[in-house]
Design a protein around this ligand. Structure first.
Ligand code: PHE
Length: 452
């Protein structure tokens, strides 16, 4: 397929794909979600399962999504339409990219609220709000934020405006410049913070918790959580990487690029854990504390650190930008589709989608205070969307996308696309996807649902 066919442009250099895809992968999932899911699921045991999930499920599915995107060089919905018009696949498969797009949309409704918390914390950081804060003070600061819908609404709106303005531009332009600088800065900042946290916190207990594991702690719930997080963290199962693959230059090996993205994603998650857990243990915070873990433990470190105000400002700014580069990939599928199919200007399409997300986001943030009623399974809307997307929609989307690639797309077409220098890379990927990733995702997801 000629590169000129892609209406959204092509990443200006093969490496930019790696930065952009890492920008999508690295986000709140690594810094906010990974530490608390690790805490909830017993530490080391979860980490081992998580790494296996990244390697045996996340990576093959990521490669599948990117390869599919690059074959047709169109948005995911039109890609599948195109394949069905060429009688390569059944038209019913077009439901899969739709499901993917809806998943991205739903994730963004609560992701934006959490990104809003990060902006609220950025605001507190630069105005010295964390100075000499105690553990009790940090907990009540977070609880107060959750109890103040007007403040959450403000930051949720600011974040959505940023998302709309960024997605409204072509992602192959503005975004690349940002992520090229952001990612290295984020990694170095986290590294410095991790060193500091280990110096002042309880390093031995943290390392013990994160890296020691025993078989007994592995249950289906742990495995399901690990698969869900691996998919969420790599942004697969919802078409974001599919869309980015469409803009990828033919000169880049997909397997190589995707392996680097997985490595960066894991590195950032581990660093976030090394920043948070030494403090959690030294300040006696409950490791099983839910989603508040990051927002309670980090202010303590910054508030008691020499130059903490500066570090806190840098950290939360990076967190906001990392969330932004992830969030834009969630809207890319529908925005690219509206643009390519109906010739709606990207900015207009982004505004349309952004407003819908913003609206649902208001219900989400209200579910943390005024409307905090348990809708289903004892969960409020915020928790329900988080669990529903990562435990049901993402795995189902990933399974269907993988089945489509592994069983329905002609093998020579994929082989052509993969262009790995070693032919055995293709075999390795194809067989792993077909015989390990797909069956594993099906078994784990079903077992998790019926509560084995
Ligand atoms: N991977 C992102 C993160 O870890 C979240 C994300 C999920 C982005 C799905 C795009 C699609 O924060």
């Amino acid at each position: 397929m000629p590169e000129s066919r892609c209406l959204q442009g092509i990443w200006s250099s093969p490496w930019i794909f790696i930065f952009a895809a890492s920008g999508s992968a690295v986000g709140l999932g690594n810094i906010w979600k990974f530490p608390y899911v690790l805490g909830e699921n017993g530490g080391g045991a979860f980490l081992v399962v998580y790494c296996l999930c990244l390697l045996l499920v996340g990576l093959p599915v990521l490669i599948a999504e990117v390869a599919l995107g690059r074959t047709v060089r169109s948005n995911p919905i039109d890609t599948v339409n195109d394949l069905s018009e060429r009688r390569i696949v059944h038209p019913a498969w077009v439901l899969v990219p739709w499901l993917a797009g809806i998943t991205g949309f739903l994730i963004l409704t609560f992701y934006s609220v959490i990104a809003g918390w990060s902006i609220a914390y950025l605001d507190r950081a630069i105005t010295g709000g964390f100075d000499n804060i105690t553990q009790v003070g940090a907990s009540s600061m977070f609880n107060e934020l959750l109890a103040t819908p007007s403040e959450m609404l403000l930051w949720h709106s600011v974040f959505m405006v940023l998302v709309v303005l960024t997605v409204g531009q072509s992602v192959t332009r503005g975004l690349s410049a940002v992520v090229r600088i952001l990612l290295p800065v984020l990694v170095v900042t986290l590294l410095l913070l991790a060193c500091y946290s280990m110096m002042i916190g309880n390093m031995s207990e943290a390392l013990n918790f994160m890296f020691r594991w025993s078989w007994q702690n592995i249950t289906f719930d742990v495995v399901l959580a690990a698969v869900g997080l691996a998919l969420f963290s790599l942004s697969v199962g919802m078409g974001a990487m599919f869309a980015y693959g469409a803009y990828m230059s033919k000169r880049m090996s997909i397997a190589r690029a995707c392996s680097i993205v997985v490595g960066v994603d894991l590195l950032v998650a581990l660093l976030a854990g090394l920043v948070i857990f030494p403090l959690v243990f030294s300040f006696d915070i409950d490791v099983q504390a839910d989603s508040s873990l990051t927002f309670v433990s980090l202010p303590i470190i910054f508030g008691n650190l020499l130059g903490g105000q500066f570090f806190a400002g840098v950290f939360f700014l990076l967190l906001v930008v990392a969330a932004l580069t992830s969030a834009i990939s969630m809207l890319e599928l529908f925005v690219a589709w509206l643009h390519e199919k109906f010739y709606i200007a990207r900015l207009k399409a982004a505004l349309l989608m952004g407003m819908a997300v913003w609206f649902v986001g208001i219900a989400v943030l209200l579910s943390l205070n005024h409307w905090d009623s348990k809708l289903m399974f004892g969960l409020n809307l915020f928790e329900l969307l988080d669990k529903f997307t990562s435990l049901i929609l993402l795995p189902v989307g990933a399974i269907l996308l993988s089945v489509l690639v592994a069983w329905f797309i002609p093998r020579p077409m994929l082989q052509n696309e993969m262009i790995t220098k070693q032919a055995n890379h293709f075999q390795w990927w194809y067989k792993t996807l077909k015989y390990i990733s797909i069956p594993a995702m099906i078994v784990i997801t079903l077992a998790g649902w019926i509560g084995v």
